[in-house]
Design a protein around this ligand. Structure first.
Ligand code: CTP
Length: 287
């Protein structure tokens, strides 16, 4: 008789305030290190004590983390400093965090205990996004964040005949490949499913800027109207045309990743990578 392989249980914890694709990407990488992903989310009180009050309430933050497709279980009110007792309580084999140091109000590394016990693994923090950065984009009223994003995307579009395979696209700014990481990330975030012929397909479109609980509620309601949900995203220029000011705060690529990180687009109701790219191009042309 074949012996059953033991499931590896992975623990992550954090504030997950203004959930963005950087958080989602760390949870994706964490899940890939095992089989089951358990995520501890701190209370408002705990966050206020160690780094200042969060923008979103704990109920909102729990809901957002629960909605991320790689998350199997959310532990509400996890302690700020990760203890071995917590790992044991949820039968987790190790704890995963991004490669940045997190400290308590007293300057203590929040992972010192799990590190000492050899139960700590690191994943790469996603560059270019953080709650602080997003708040900065909102308050400074800069426009560069989306303008640059749009130009980078145009670079990708010129090579659209070779979508997904083209490694020659270069950023005009840095000379580095811009297109490949973008496409690769979309592939990593997407589940590549198409609707069945009998599925009732629901289509919604919007900006989905700074993806939040309101968007999540809306997508849940839209999904409940049918079997397969397709989400279209407006281009940066279009969003700016109707919202003005410094909107969108996140560029199209960032907004696509936020939507794709949702569980609701995972269970037989998301589009394929090719569809996403086609749709992005279609929207650029339509609007
Ligand atoms: N994380 C990441 N990449 C980012 C931002 C966060 O990989 N760009 C990871 C962190 O390393 C951590 C997890 O997401 O493992 C939860 O982070 P959180 O406690 O919410 O706080 P921050 O790291 O401060 O995230 P932010 O700066 O965006 O608030």
């Amino acid at each position: 008789k074949k012996e059953e392989k033991k499931q590896i249980r992975v623990w992550c914890d954090g504030c997950y305030d203004m959930v963005h694709f950087g958080h989602a990407n760390s949870l994706r990488q964490a899940k890939a290190l095992g089989d089951v992903l358990i995520v501890g989310v701190h209370t408002d009180e705990e966050i206020a004590k160690h780094k200042g009050p969060p923008v979103f309430t704990q109920e909102e933050r729990y809901k957002m983390v629960r909605a991320i497709k790689w998350v199997d279980q959310v532990v509400e009110g996890a302690p700020y400093v990760t203890t071995l007792e917590t790992l044991e309580k949820y039968q987790c084999d190790f704890c995963v965090h991004g490669d940045d140091i997190t400290v308590t109000a007293d300057g203590i590394d929040t992972y010192h205990m799990v590190k000492k016990a050899g139960k700590y693994r690191e994943v790469l923090r996603t560059a270019g996004v953080s709650t602080t950065d997003l708040v900065g984009r909102m308050l400074l009223l800069t426009r560069e964040h989306f303008k640059r994003g749009d130009k980078e995307y145009s670079v990708a579009l010129e090579h659209s005949s070779n979508l997904g395979t083209d490694s020659t696209a270069r950023s005009p700014y840095t000379g580095c490949s811009q297109f490949l990481p973008t496409t690769q990330k979309i592939i990593q975030f997407s589940s590549g499913l198409s609707p069945k012929p009998t599925d009732k397909v629901v289509y919604v479109a919007g900006a989905f800027d700074l993806f939040h609980v309101g968007h999540l509620d809306f997508l849940e309601q839209a999904h409940a109207q049918g079997d397969f949900l397709i989400v279209g995203l407006h281009t940066d220029l279009e969003v700016n045309r109707y919202k003005g000011s410094n909107y969108p705060i996140m560029n199209l690529h960032e907004r696509v990743l936020s939507v794709l990180a949702c569980k609701i687009l995972n269970s037989g109701n998301t589009m394929t990578t090719e569809d996403i790219v086609q749709r992005i191009i279609a929207h650029r042309l339509e609007f």
